[in-house]
Write a protein that binds this ligand. Structure first.
Ligand SMILES: Cc1ncc(COP(=O)(O)O)c(C=O)c1O
Length: 381
C-alpha cells in the first residue's frame, strides 16, 4: 500500500482518476502540429484588442492582482444589469463550480445532474465529499422529470449545462423557467451557460428564446448562472469566468476561495474581451456556418450527428470511438472519444475553422474507406 493512503482525506482517496486522460499521449513536437478539435477551444484565439491589453498588463506582473477583480466585476455587473455583489469572478467557471460545491455540499449531501453531462460536476462534488446523482437522459437531452425525481432532502445543487457538454443540446427559456418553478427551496440551480454566445446565435437563427437566466438572478431566485471567457472570447488558457447569483450566497463562496486566484493579465484581458462584439460575432457566425458543413459531411459518411447549440458536435460512429479517435490522431486531428461519459461509440468534435473542419472530414473519410474495406473483407471471410 502507498505511504499516503491512510493520511489523505476520504474524498481524495475516493476521487478515482477521472482527471487523467486515457488516450495515447502525443509527442510535444507532434502536438504542436495537431489540429485540436478535442477540447472546445476557440479556433480563432483571442482578438487583437485583447492581445494589446495583455501586452499592456505584462509590465505590472510584479504586483499581486486585485483580489476583488473590481474593474472587471463592475464592468460585468453593468453589462448584465445586476449589482456588483451579484457577480463573483473566478479562475475559469470550473473554479466557480468548485466554490459552490465547497460552500453548499458536505458528506451526506448530494448534487443532481443528468448522465452524460460536464465531467467537472462529478469531480467538484466528490472533492467536497458529497455524492453526484446522475439522472438518465432521453433522446440525447436532459430528462427534466427524471432530474426532479432524483432530488431528495439532502440535495443542495442541481447542475444544468445549457447547452450541454458533450451532447450540445439546449433547453429553451420557457422549459428552464418551468423547471425552476418546481425546484424545492433547499436546492440551488446552477445554470451553466459556458457556451452562451454560441447558443444565443443559434437561437436567434432558429427564432427561439435561449435564456432568461439573468432575469432570474435579477429577481433574486435561488439560481447561479455561470459564464466564461474560455469559449467565445478565446481566453481558455488565461482561466477567467464568473458566477451571477444571490449576493448572500456569493458572499459565502468568497470566504472559500483562494487568494489572488485570478491573475492580473487575465483580468485585463477579460475587461478588453467583454465588449469585443466584432470578434465574438465572427466566432459565432463561423461556428453556426461550419456546424452545418461539418454535420453534413459526417452524415454523408454515415454517422449520426445530434443538432448542436454549442461549439461542438456529438457524433455517434456506431463503432469503438476510442480506436477511431486514435486513428484520427495519427492522421493529425484530435477529437474527444466519449467512453468516460458512457457513450463508447461516440465522439465530440469541436467546430473549427473551415480548413480544420475539412481536414477532419478528409481524415474521417479516409478512415471510413478503411473501415468499409475491413468490413467488406471480414464479410468475405
Ligand atoms: C459546460 C461547461 N461548463 C464549464 C466549462 C469550463 O469552462 P472554464 O474554462 O471557464 O473553466 C466548460 C468547458 O469545457 C464546459 O463545457
Amino acid at each position: 500500500m502507498s505511504r499516503f493512503f491512510d493520511l489523505v482525506s476520504a474524498s481524495a482517496r475516493n476521487m478515482g482518476t477521472a482527471n487523467s486522460s486515457s488516450r495515447t499521449p502525443t509527442a510535444p513536437q507532434l502536438r504542436s502540429q495537431l489540429i485540436k478539435l478535442d477540447s472546445n477551444e476557440n479556433p480563432f484565439g483571442p482578438s487583437a484588442r485583447v492581445i494589446d491589453a495583455l501586452r499592456g498588463a505584462l509590465s505590472t506582473v510584479n504586483s499581486y492582482p486585485d483580489d476583488d477583480c473590481s474593474q472587471l466585476r463592475q464592468k460585468l455587473a453593468a453589462h448584465h444589469g445586476v449589482s456588483p455583489e451579484q457577480v463573483l469572478v473566478t479562475a475559469g467557471s470550473t473554479a466557480m463550480l468548485s466554490l459552490l460545491c465547497q460552500t453548499l455540499l458536505a458528506p451526506g449531501l448530494n448534487a443532481v445532474t443528468s448522465e452524460r453531462s460536464f465531467i467537472v460536476y462529478s469531480l467538484a462534488v466528490q472533492a467536497a465529499g458529497a455524492r453526484l446523482v446522475e439522472a438518465p437522459m432521453r433522446d440525447d437531452s436532459f430528462d427534466l422529470e427524471a432530474i426532479l425525481a432524483a432530488i431528495d432532502s439532502n440535495t443542495r445543487i442541481v447542475f444544468l449545462a445549457n447547452p450541454n457538454n458533450p451532447t450540445g443540446t439546449v433547453l429553451v427559456a420557457e422549459v428552464v423557467e418551468r423547471f425552476l418553478a418546481r425546484l424545492p427551496g433547499h436546492v440551488v440551480a446552477v445554470l451553466d451557460e459556458a457556451y452562451y454566445e454560441f447558443a444565443l446565435h443559434f437561437a436567434t437563427l432558429r427564432r427561439v428564446t435561449y435564456s432568461t437566466s439573468l432575469d432570474c438572478v435579477r429577481q433574486g431566485a435561488t439560481v447561479v448562472v455561470l459564464r466564461t471567457f474560455s469559449k467565445a472570447h478565446g481566453l481558455a488558457g488565461l482561466r477567467v469566468g464568473y458566477g451571477l447569483g444571490p449576493a448572500e450566497l456569493l458572499g459565502y463562496c468568497v470566504r472559500m476561495r483562494n487568494t489572488f486566484s485570478v491573475s492580473s493579465v487575465a483580468q485585463a484581458a477579460a475587461v478588453a474581451a467583454l465588449d469585443d462584439h466584432h470578434h465574438i460575432q465572427r466566432v459565432v457566425e463561423n461556428n453556426a456556418m461550419q456546424s452545418r458543413v461539418l454535420s453534413e459531411g459526417l452524415l454523408a459518411l454515415g454517422y449520426r450527428v445530434v443538432p448542436t447549440s454549442a461549439s461542438f458536435l456529438f457524433c455517434d460512429l456506431e463503432e469503438d470511438a476510442a480506436a477511431v479517435a486514435n486513428r484520427l490522431q495519427n492522421e493529425g486531428v484530435a477529437v474527444r472519444p466519449l467512453g468516460p461519459w458512457g457513450a463508447p461509440s461516440c465522439i465530440r468534435i469541436t467546430i473549427g475553422t473551415p480548413e480544420q473542419n475539412q481536414a477532419l472530414l478528409q481524415a474521417a473519410g479516409g478512415l471510413d474507406a478503411t473501415t468499409q474495406r475491413r468490413r467488406a473483407l471480414s464479410g468475405a471471410e
